[in-house]
Ligand binder design. Sequence first.
Ligand code: SF4
Ligand code: ZN
Length: 388
Amino acid sequence: MPRKLCERCNERAACVLRYDRSILCRECFCRIFEEEVHNTITKYKLFKRGQKVAIGASGGKDSAVLMQVMKILNERYDYGLKLCLLSIDEGISGYRDHSLEEVKFHSNNYGLELKILSYKDLYNWSMDEIVSVAGRKSNCTFCGVFRRQALDRGAWQLGVDIVATGHNGDDVAETVLMNMLRGDVGRLSRCTAITTADDPSGIPRVKPLKYQYEAEIVKYARHSKVRYFSTECTYAPGAHRGQIREYLRAATKIRPHVVLDIIKAGEGFEVKDGIKMPIKTRCTRCDYISSQPVCKACLLLEGLNSGRPLLGIGKTKAGRVKKYKTVKVQSEESCEKKDNCCEKKKSCSEQENKSESITEDEIETCGSTATLQTMEKLSIAAEASDLF
Ligand code: SF4
Ligand code: ZN
């Protein structure tokens, strides 16, 4: 059966655009993808000429694609930016050590300065060590809270004006849904922002891929031969975000626009007067921006250093390490009967979640996805059936 032709240039087709089903050749698809990112950058004025920009580089597909696209656009449109790479080494053997090899490759390939900051150096704990004392239920909480501060510290050390992260449209839509399911009205209004800063006087972060579908990023990487590391993190959870991701994927099959529609809905949220919002202050220990007198990273560290690794997680019943090993922790993730709890238990658990839960604001999400390889396979299979 003859292969279809590109709708733009009549060359041999290679891709199908997910949201409007246009059939395109490799070159046209990549050019459209790059132009879309360029439009996002210019429309939202993400950068200013002369700025030094750190690209948060994990070695995964999003940051690898962001690096390539930023490099191309910076030259094509003469943005006048000085690009460099910033990586965080969480200390996860068999995962981050390998993915950082990809980042080093990109650093050499593109001639970009690279700064790697490790949790071990910053906090004196690697993720492998944290998991060995705290178990695997809360690893992503430790990791996300520490990453957030590590990125800021790395950015200061590099002397950059701004940090660009590889968060894509699916990531943002997932966050909107997660905040909605938690009834977190305050954060719904902020989680779609394309430019964010924990500290108003600090280094802002931008998401140039905010409107790019994850599936299109995978296609771009494949068609423009971007190298990236696709193995999932050793400690990748099957937790809430993963379930939301699956839901979003299923919804996209019925309504291809759904990711952008959810982002648009999130952008339209406004906080009514009277909704209590956290008041930003500074951590009395490390001076990092925080909504509590002691920031979450300091609290987590205190727990680790004092042999009570779950102290800052909100699982107060777990207490000390010894106890953690013998007592079954009744957490939001582990309690399957939560809806059927007796009233007393329910209010206990609500109280606990209210006072101690770590919010999306305090966590920097990572690019590790349990379903990435599935996504790659699906993308290739879907295209093959569309193109013939
Ligand atoms: Fe850290 Fe991501 Fe691994 Fe969780 S899945 S431990 S956040 S790198
Ligand atoms: Zn602190």
